[in-house]
Design a protein around this ligand. Structure first.
Ligand SMILES: *[C@@H]1O[C@H](CO)[C@@H](O)[C@H](O)[C@H]1NC(C)=O
Ligand SMILES: *[C@@H]1O[C@H](CO)[C@@H](O)[C@H](O)[C@H]1NC(C)=O
Ligand SMILES: *[C@@H]1O[C@H](CO)[C@@H](O)[C@H](O)[C@H]1NC(C)=O
Ligand SMILES: *[C@@H]1O[C@H](CO)[C@@H](O)[C@H](O)[C@H]1NC(C)=O
Ligand SMILES: *[C@@H]1O[C@H](CO)[C@@H](O)[C@H](O)[C@H]1NC(C)=O
Ligand SMILES: *[C@@H]1O[C@H](CO)[C@@H](O)[C@H](O)[C@H]1NC(C)=O
Length: 826
């Protein structure tokens, strides 16, 4: 999608100024006497969008498309002839007398044409600054009267101002269809469209299989997109009207460049163009985790990503087939403990904080209140549940379900209430258990209140000492103080830390990290801490450092180590973390004795936890952090063996950039030969989220095999662990040849081979082929077919010494004369 197209079109412009039949670059319209061909383009008045012929990536196929005019990365937002490429240099786009846009080749056969709603005398095609290509009457600017517009026929991109939904009057339903791959605009596997049945909701399908559902609009957001909330980038609305239903958004600041795309791997994502790094960043992804997989837990099942397993039955329901359910096949869902018989005394149980079930076959009324809604549902024996249609102002409107409730999940915030019909006996049982619970809770509360009182007294007594520990930074006082107000992270003073670590004594050393020495310490209060004393390589100034640290401290996730504070004194920079009693993952998986403590279920739990932590860093946290140094020794384990990623944000502190970029290689050679680094990073110094995905893949294979990637030995060959796993996979050898012998008894073969498969997908040579972390989380928690991995990068160990020397390292001979081919880096 990149290319020096601008220069080319200018050149073309110079060549063609004498040919009046071809549109020059300065205009934004095509009249009936004009046409576009070759490298000519039209540009919207503000220069924001450009229309012309293009060839994506390395392909020779040519398409007519619209792309952003002002950004350096060629980003195509619309393609006219996406499924019928032009295979030579012919091709002319013109507007007929009837107002039809036609793309013809040199035999005059039509490759693509628009289908205007009517014809006018004086048609003109115009590219608007919104990215909309419209055909209109030359004298009529009213959007209502456009004969045709590209916004009605989107490809994979949903731009600001577009009405994404359907129009009942014209019969148009706007569907996003993914590109087949990032350099092939032909229709891919994934579509996303608003379904008019029942309460409208967007369905994301792969082929004809529903993969994800946004759920209905509830006045504030889609019930299945809790992360859609007011933000500084765009405003959004959903319009219900008798004529049309659609979702649309407007950018708050028009100089911000942002779009929503259905990516080739089936993620619905919002991207923002970041000028400073000249790259697109993911701002929001509709599908956040494995629970977003459509109907993962079956009917009356509910998915909660923080539970293990994620699927559970709703209260009052039990698994339909307990055996399947316990083997993690949740597709059959749950059934009522007590079936409904439409008897007297039936009522409703309220469930809160959920994503409303599929509304395809539901009924709704926008004005009814919740009480009327309840009555209506109760009156009809086949009504299974009801809920508000709009959650604003305490709820209004009514949705009724008449079928099994499917695709429910729980959210920690921004979930909704639903009332599910229950038999009288169930309701009575529930009330009894609630009464018991209330009593227990009251007792506990009373106890807690007393405890709280005690604690308060205790704290009041201790207060002076605490203050002695957390001091103001002397440098803050010397500045005007306005900056320091934002710095809400506790600052520890040097003396406190020195005391806690017994003057950084060696016996308290926990190891050498990539960024400095780590010590264990105990504060006077008895709290155990881990202190990272940063080496002096940090290039940041004090304010920058503080900013980064305080923003990183705000990242909170159960799979990230918690940053408690920092210590700054002259050249000293230290980070204070919670202490993890079980140390790091490498001390378990690579140690013959310790490795027995991690059976397969624990390992699978760890793999999933690391994936979620990384996903949070990549896309759910506000900072979007690339870890860049993910490895077994950077994954710590708490007392319940929950994995916690440490050292995240170090790349930021050490002056790294947020997105794909070239690094200045501030990281020493130690770092380069760790065995976790992706080829594009090692060779080109190019890193992106996909480099982290690579490291994650290595880590997964290490967790499964109990072997280090670097230093892996095998009697048959000289491949590293990746090469070995790849070889086993390719030769279709049984998976247990790879797994650590201490997990053989406890292993679940399906989970193991799935993990290995995902691991291999993550370490593929080409970064674009590697799945994103959201896809990884999805893949790990479901049972759908996975794509075939291609060859991994780095099949053999490489010494850092030979990395910079030989430019051509396609082949390398091993000592026994066997030649191993190493894929050429990009
Ligand atoms: C170009 O080649 C593709 C694939 O062979 C074919 O489907 C398409 O119709 C061709 N385009 C034209 C304009 O002939
Ligand atoms: C294509 O159409 C143009 C004008 O309609 C005509 O001049 C030209 O001869 C046609 N070319 C072919 C190959 O039919
Ligand atoms: C889409 O891509 C796949 C492989 O990436 C290829 O096999 C398939 O033919 C492509 N489809 C089209 C329509 O080009
Ligand atoms: C819009 O964004 C630009 C560049 O990011 C900035 O310079 C400008 O001040 C912003 N305008 C408003 C009204 O916020
Ligand atoms: C919705 O309910 C209200 C109040 O019961 C009623 O007046 C109205 O006709 C209903 N609308 C539809 C479309 O059923
Ligand atoms: C209950 O609702 C269903 C679905 O709307 C409807 O077909 C059926 O006639 C209703 N039954 C009664 C008794 O109202």
């Amino acid at each position: 999608m990149r290319g020096p197209m601008k220069a080319f079109s200018v050149l073309y412009f110079l060549c063609c100024t004498f040919s009046i039949s071809v549109v020059s670059t300065a205009v934004d319209t095509i009249g009936t006497t004009q046409s576009i061909k070759g490298g000519a383009t039209i540009v919207s008045t503000g220069g924001i969008f450009e229309l012309g012929f293009f060839s994506p990536g390395n392909s020779k196929s040519r398409y007519v498309g619209i792309w952003y005019g002002k950004i350096s990365t060629r980003t195509v937002v619309w393609v006219a002839n996406r499924d019928i490429p032009i295979n030579d240099t012919s091709g002319v786009l013109r507007l007929s007398e009837e107002g039809i846009l036609v793309l013809i080749d040199d035999t005059n056969s039509t490759i693509w044409s628009s289908n205007p709603s009517r014809s006018v005398n004086n048609p003109v095609a115009q590219l608007l600054d919104t990215g909309n290509l419209v055909v209109r009457d030359g004298n009529d600017n009213d959007p209502e009267n456009f004969l045709w517009q590209s916004f009605d026929y989107p490809c994979d991109t949903f731009l600001a101002g577009m009405k994404y939904g359907f129009n009942l009057a014209t019969g148009i339903n706007r569907v996003l269809t993914s590109w087949n791959s990032s350099d092939d605009p032909s229709s891919g596997d994934f579509t996303n469209e608003l379904d008019p049945n029942g309460v409208p909701q967007f369905y994301l399908r792969q082929g004809s299989v529903v993969m994800y559902r946004t759920g209905p609009w509830n006045g504030l957001r889609f019930t299945g997109m809790p992360n859609l909330k007011p933000n500084p980038i765009y405003t959004y609305e959903f319009v219900y009207s008798p004529k049309e239903d659609y979702y649309s958004y407007q950018l708050i600041n028009n100089s911000v460049v942002s779009m929503m795309v259905l990516t080739p791997d089936g993620n619905l994502q919002r991207f923002i163009w970041i000028d400073s790094s000249q790259s697109w960043n993911v701002y929001l992804t509709a599908q956040v985790d494995g629970c977003d997989r459509y109907a993962l837990c079956g009917a009356y099942g509910s998915c909660n990503i923080n539970n293990s397993p994620a699927c559970g039955c709703l209260e009052g329901f039990i698994p339909k087939f307990p055996q399947d359910w316990n083997a993690a096949d949740w597709s059959h869902g749950c059934v009522r403990k007590v079936p409904l018989k439409c008897r007297d005394g039936e009522g409703f149980l309220k469930y809160s904080g959920i994503k409303l079930p599929d509304t395809r076959e539901s009924w709704y009324n926008m004005t009814m209140d919740l009480n009327e809604c309840k009555k209506l549902c109760l009156k009809n024996c086949s009504c299974t549940a009801y809920s508000s249609w709009d959650v604003r102002g305490g709820g209004r409107g009514c949705i009724l379900w008449f079928v099994e409730l499917i695709d429910i999940r729980e959210y920690p915030e921004n979930g909704q209430d639903i009332y599910i019909r229950m038999d009288a006996s169930e309701l009575a049982a529930y009330r009894r258990s609630k009464r018991v619970r209330t009593i227990v809770i009251s007792v506990v509360c009373l106890g807690m209140a007393l405890l709280g009182l005690c604690l308060m007294l205790f704290v009041l007594k201790k207060k002076p000492r605490r203050e002695g520990n957390i001091v103001d930074d002397p440098e803050q006082k010397s500045t005007d103080g306005s900056k320091s107000e934002n710095f809400d992270l506790p600052l520890f003073d040097f003396a406190t830390i020195a005391c806690a670590t017994e003057n950084f004594s060696n016996k308290n050393g926990l190891g050498q990290g990539g960024f400095g020495q780590v010590y264990k310490g105990i504060l006077k209060e008895g709290q155990e801490i881990a202190v990272k004393r940063l080496s002096s390589e940090s290039r940041q100034g004090l304010d920058e450092f503080k900013n980064e640290v305080s923003s990183i401290a705000k990242l909170q996730h159960r799979n990230l180590v918690k940053l408690l504070g920092c210590c700054i004194q002259e050249d000293e920079r230290m980070l204070i973390y919670e202490y993890m009693c079980n140390k790091s993952l490498d001390s378990f998986i690579f140690d013959p004795k310790q490795s027995r403590l991690l059976d397969w279920p624990k390992r699978f739990h760890i793999i999933n936890g690391i994936a979620r932590g990384l996903l949070y860093l990549h896309q759910d946290s506000r900072l979007r952090i690339i870890h860049r140094d993910l490895k077994a020794s950077n994954v710590l384990l708490d007392n319940e063996m929950n994995p916690k990623i440490s050292d995240f944000g170090m790349a930021k502190i050490f002056g790294g950039d947020e997105t794909e970029a070239r690094t200045r290689r501030v990281l020493g050679p130690m770092f380069l030969c760790s065995g976790y680094m992706s080829p594009e990073y090692t060779i080109d110094g190019l890193f992106s989220v996909k480099s982290d995905v690579f490291s994650f893949g290595v880590l997964v294979l290490e967790i499964v095999s109990g072997k280090r990637n670097r230093g892996f030995c095998h009697q048959d060959h000289k491949l590293n662990l990746l090469g070995h796993a790849w070889r086993l996979y390719k030769e279709d050898r049984p998976i247990f040849e790879l797994i650590d012998k201490s997990v053989k008894d406890s292993c679940n073969p399906a989970q193991v081979s799935r993990s290995v498969h995902v691991g291999l997908l993550c370490v593929q040579q080409c970064p674009d082929k590697r799945p994103s972390m959201s896809t990884v989380v999805l893949m790990l928690s479901s049972e759908t077919a996975l794509p075939m991995p291609q060859e991994p990068g780095f099949l053999i160990d490489r010494d850092p010494s030979d990395m910079d020397s030989s430019p051509s390292r396609r082949e390398r001979s091993s000592s026994n004369g066997l030649t191993i081919s190493l894929p050429e880096p990009r």
